[in-house]
Design a protein around this ligand. Structure first.
Ligand code: G6P
Length: 614
């Protein structure tokens, strides 16, 4: 939610900020703004809409200056318009500030500032913070970093901020609490951003700021970090491993399509060095390090949101079937507020692409307090969730930029599958022969995903054309394909704005069946061997009500094909591995429908990729 970028150095800041905002646009895209300091002047340009509209707006303006801050917004307080867009100024115009997060006590602070004579232009909590810092700075004639520090002791909520002071322009002050911030260290230049993507093309040396830390970077090349208690901290400098090509769309029309097509490689990357079918081993460093605690856990609790929650649900099927460990899958936002029963015998598994989702982070903090072990399955290296866990594994999917998650989902499922197979074998709940068979088949999955992509895309595009005008859609699946039904429905909703619901196929009888008529596409994921006859009956029930049946089946299936209006065939695999194949056609289906409906596939309305507010 909201992207932040700032620059201080010898280059012209404007293009760095605009390009940085484009890279961060997945975090929010309802308005954007830039502030530049040049020759005693502070120039601020803000525009409702996307970054390209800001760039257009600033085209004939003064954009000189080698220090500046930029912001792309996902509105929380105040509607998306030019005035509420960041950066915000303090009352005397001396300070300008960008912010990601929510200042929860902003109304109280605002009332106090109004009494001091402050007036406000926008409806945002951020402007209140700018005024508060100014008030403290003026009152005691404080250096900007000290005013920021004291102001932050008065703030309740989440923030990542960067502040620029017109009277001290060779300096930027940045701070974070519960919203991410990373500092890039270049050659006589500094970058500050919400994530490393705007920084990677200039430097690979970065410092991830910790909660309640305040960093000051200066034109003289100094970087100083203090905590909110005013104690100096030693910066931990890390090397990124982020190539610029990973951040580009290449020949694809959309990032989402590129990311769908990357999956044969990303799933293989997730397994690389972790599985050998030939030698019969699967090794996950994070699991091995904590094997005692993990394999003896009384239960696993998965905490996640959105698509990651769907991956977690597949984890439940995998762990319970293969490793016989009881699993609960929780929406992180519910878990954190319902005083759950968690103790030191539990392992809480956090699933998160971004590693920054506010609710997931908060749920983990709660579980940690209660003594549970925290295991993270994360994509974004160095992210907050990756850093607070006791142990964990990266999925190595590379940057995922399309807001609708695809390759991160299959990465998460691959990781959970490896974990479940490994634990099943170690705990003696699967025989060696089945263990070896699953490893062998896991090895075949990247090639099978490739085959799904090659063989089904054209047909799916055709089917998309047939159902693109539907107003509702129903996705049905059983067993491992039930979470896939949920995920298929979510993908469709997210990017094409068609209302869709995922249901366990048999549950359809308890409600959604009332909605079925000839205008309702029903997407049935029916690759299971177990309960196959049951799902055939469910398909019959839909057919009897004239629903339009689109089925995803195993290659060679004729029974369901004969009942369906359209059939998509995918290769056979062992049932626990099915989700890795059956989700692919559903990703493609939602993609093609969204394109045909003229939707912005990569930046669907109202959504953001990294949800750092509750
Ligand atoms: C947002 C994104 C989803 C994502 C969810 C959880 O809603 O749009 O794609 O699944 O957040 O994010 P996480 O980064 O924790 O996986």
């Amino acid at each position: 939610m909201c992207g932040i970028v700032a620059y201080l150095g010898n280059r012209t800041a404007f293009p760095i900020l605009i390009n940085g905002l484009k890279r961060l646009e997945y975090r929010g895209y309802d308005s954007a703004g830039i502030a530049l300091y040049n020759d005693g002047e502070l120039n601020i340009y803000k525009k409702k809409g996307k970054v390209k509209e800001l760039a257009e707006h600033a085209r004939d303006k003064e954009v000189a200056g080698t220090v500046g801050i930029g912001h792309t917004r996902w509105a929380t307080h105040g509607k998306p318009d030019d005035i509420n867009a960041h950066p915000h100024r303090s009352g005397n115009g001396r300070l300008t500030l960008i912010h990601n997060g929510i200042i929860e006590n902003y109304e109280l602070l605002k009332q106090a500032l109004l009494k001091e004579g402050h007036t406000f232009e926008s409806e945002t909590d951020t402007e209140v913070l700018a005024h508060l810092i100014e008030e403290l700075q003026q009152r005691d004639n404080l250096p900007i970093e000290e005013a920021v520090r004291i102001a932050l002791t008065k703030v309740i909520g989440a923030y990542a901020i960067v502040v620029m002071d017109k009277n001290d322009p060779d300096k930027l002050v940045a701070a974070r609490k519960a919203s991410p911030l990373v500092i890039g260290i270049g050659d006589e230049e500094f970058f500050v951003a919400s994530d490393p993507t705007p920084i990677a093309e200039y430097t690979q040396r970065v410092v991830f700021l910790n909660d309640e830390e305040i960093a000051v970077v200066t034109r003289q090349g100094e970087l100083q970090i203090k905590n909110i208690g005013n104690e100096v901290q030693t910066p931990f400098i890390q090397e990124l491993d982020l190539e610029i090509e990973m951040l580009e769309k290449g020949d694809y029309d959309y990032y989402m399509l590129k990311e769908i097509y990357e999956q044969p490689r990303t799933v293989a990357d997730c397994m690389r060095g972790r599985v050998s079918a030939a030698e019969g081993w699967v090794r996950l460093g994070g699991v091995e390090n904590q094997i005692e605690r993990i394999s003896k856990a009384r239960r696993f609790i998965v905490a996640a949101c959105g698509t990651s929650w769907h991956a977690g649900l597949i984890g439940e099927y995998l762990f319970e079937e293969l490793a016989r460990i009881p699993v609960e899958v929780e929406y992180a936002s519910e878990l954190r507020y319902r005083n759950p029963i968690i103790d030191e015998n539990d392992v809480v598994i956090a699933l998160s692409q971004s590693g920054e989702t506010a609710d997931t982070l908060a749920a983990l903090e709660l579980a940690k307090e209660k003594g549970a072990m925290i295991y993270g399955i994360v994509n974004a290296v160095g992210s907050s969730i990756a850093r607070i866990t006791d142990s964990g594994s990266y999925i190595h999917a590379g940057p995922e930029i399309g807001v609708a998650s695809t390759k991160a989902f299959t990465g998460q499922v691959t990781l959970l599958t490896m974990m479940a197979i490994s634990l099943g074998y170690k705990r003696g709940t699967i025989p060696r022969s089945y263990y070896l068979q699953l490893l062998e088949e896991l090895n075949n999955i990247p090639a099978k995903i490739e085959r799904v992509l090659e063989k089904t895309n054209d047909k799916i595009e055709y089917i998309a054309g047939e159902i693109k005008d539907a107003t509702n859609a129903l996705y049905l699946g059983r067993g491992y394909n039930f979470p896939i039904a949920l995920e298929g429905a979510l993908k469709l909703k997210e990017i094409s704005y068609i209302h869709a619901e995922g249901y366990p196929a048999a549950e359809m009888k308890h409600g959604p069946i009332a909605l079925i008529d000839e205008n309702m596409p029903v997407i049935v994921i029916a690759t299971n061997k177990s309960a196959y006859e049951k799902i055939v009956s469910n398909v019959q029930e839909v057919k009897a009500r004239k629903g339009m049946i689109i089925s995803v089946v195993k290659e060679g299936d004729t029974v369901i094909r004969d009942l369906s209006d359209y059939t998509i065939e995918i290769p056979d695999t062992d049932e626990p591995l099915t989700p890795l194949l059956s989700v692919i056609p559903l990703q493609l289906l939602s993609y093609h429908i969204a394109v045909m409906r003229g939707c912005d596939v990569d930046q669907p309305r109202n959504l953001a990729k990294s949800v750092t507010v509750e």
